[in-house]
Design a protein around this ligand. Structure first.
Ligand SMILES: [Zn+2]
Length: 256
């Protein structure tokens, strides 16, 4: 028996505690009526339990972690810059047998080992971006009207993000969302480029802010700029050239 295709990522996210309350309720209700998803959820919880049991929590040596990280980065580069769907093989597989379960547990340990490495801002933002698409919580205010998006943030964040629509340049505004970055409230502005989504995270810049280089993580690109005392970080699976083009548009619009 297998889980529904469109629920596998949600079931993983549920077990990992990555879903918001509304999605937790929705997934749990689905599981009550779907034997395949119920069985998969039980397996996922069993793996979680195995990983938490004494003696299993193996800490890999630093040289091993380094080799693993290089291998995973090479794999991610090889996967190209496809859409979210192509990321699926990097997630935990669905396990259906005892052998599969053991293999999955070993695989999960490797994944946990990698996640246990330093978690800089870039990793957090990519995780936020992926989660926003995964949990179908991309937007709190789904509108292309910047005169609606900007005031929506009043009282929700302590700053006024500059909201610009670039529909004329092929980057239409799709909406906004309240998010959290580095334990503080951030405005997330959502743009689209064809079928791709760009999340722009905005929050107040502090003097002495860590300088994090723009980069790529698992096929996602990040670009960063500051303006008017605010940090702007754009994250997308869009290719580097187009994301740079988006940043250039944004930066020059903020100057005007
Ligand atoms: Zn199901």
């Amino acid at each position: 028996m297998t889980a529904c295709d469109d629920k596998i990522l949600l079931l993983n996210a549920l077990v990992d505690g990555e879903l918001d309350a509304a999605n937790v309720i929705a997934v749990e209700q689905h599981v009550k009526t779907c034997p395949g998803c119920a069985e998969t959820l039980a397996d996922l919880k069993a793996v979680r339990g195995m990983l938490a049991s004494p003696g299993v929590n193996y800490v890999a040596s630093e040289p091993f972690r380094r080799r693993l990280r290089i291998a995973l980065e090479a794999q991610a580069r090889g996967a190209g810059t496809g859409r979210l769907g192509s990321r699926r093989p990097l997630r935990w597989p669905v396990w259906t047998s005892g052998a599969g379960l053991a293999a999955a547990a070993a695989c999960a340990m490797l994944v946990l080992g990698v996640q246990g490495l330093s978690s800089p801002l870039g990793d957090e933002l990519v995780a936020d971006h992926v989660r926003s698409m995964l949990a179908q919580h991309l937007m709190d205010v789904p509108t292309s009207d910047r005169h609606v998006v900007k005031p929506w943030f009043d009282g929700k964040v302590s700053f006024a993000p500059t909201v610009i629509d670039f529909a004329g340049k092929g980057f239409p505004l799709a909406g906004g969302r309240l998010d959290y970055v580095e334990n503080q409230r951030a405005a997330a502005l959502v743009y689209r480029r064809r079928l791709h989504v760009i999340n722009v995270f905005v929050w107040p810049a502090k003097t002495g802010d860590r300088l994090v280089r723009d980069g790529a993580r698992n096929g996602y690109n990040l670009v960063h700029w500051t303006a008017g005392g605010l940090n702007y970080w754009a994250v997308s699976d869009l290719d580097r050239t187009e994301l740079d083009q988006f940043r250039d548009l944004y930066v020059s619009a903020l100057r005007n």
